[in-house]
Design a protein around this ligand. Sequence first.
Ligand code: UTP
Length: 297
Amino acid sequence: MRNKLTKAIFPVAGLGTRFLPATKSVPKEIMTLVDRPLVQYAIDEARAAGIKEFIFVTSRGKGALEDYFDTAPQLEQELRKKGKDELLEILKSTNMDSGEIAYTRQNKALGLGHAVWCARRLIANEPFAVILPDDVIAAEKPCLAQMVEAFAETGGNMVAAMEVPEKDACAYGVLDVKEDMGRMVSTKGMVEKPKLGEAPSNLAVIGRYILTPTVLQKLNKKKTGAGGEIQLTDAIDAARDEGEDVFGFRFEGRRFDCGSKSGFLRATVAFALDRPDLRDDLQAYINEIAHSAKAAE
Ligand code: UTP
């Protein structure tokens, strides 16, 4: 029987330079879409996919992230005293049980592949998921749950993939497609950050993965790739070279690149418009500024 997927790695050790100066003291993953930090969306998605062990790869300055998952007795007591039951429930839903969450450190930001490798001792000989909290995906069925369902049929390695315009492919890992089966593609290669015009397809890898322990073995080599970083996609491709399957999975949903300012702003607007308590007011404001912009043309 195929091993059940119970562990997920959340690499959150990056420097977040695109959000400086905010990220000088606030971890990027704690920044909020409306009132929920990015990391909460990632945890909720993992839980919905059946994940039971949450492994964070952190670094210096990410203390706020660890505190976020602890109980806050004083705050809870205050809310209880004031009868703010709804808020109390929201607050309690962010607590993680003891032992459910593990932290390991990446002491130098050597790349995503290296961050995942830092968690190797917490992953036994079993498949594991990787979730990048700065890729937020709005979907009816959460993206990782969609992938877990497909993975139950295929096994192997699986990466979430989406179509991107040719000019944007150089910012992603791009799949070299062997066979296109619609929802899934099999691959014969993967190129990290290809030069303009050299991308093998328009299918880019985004921040959801289901991987085999072979990928961790490949990361042992600590080979640097594009941008001088140890790339996760290179290790996945090396596992494929050794005969393992690597599938691209076209997920259903809308992905926001919250690692970039414009993606973060779009997500903020989209998630706010989805909230009954905010929708009307925000929509009216958007209409108003669109109207003034048009009038000024
Ligand atoms: P990014 O490429 O977005 O890098 O990393 P970053 O450092 O977070 O942000 P910028 O580019 O400086 O603004 C993608 C994911 O990989 C993690 C990041 O935390 C993020 O979740 N990562 C990246 C690590 O954990 N360690 C690394 O060495 C690099």
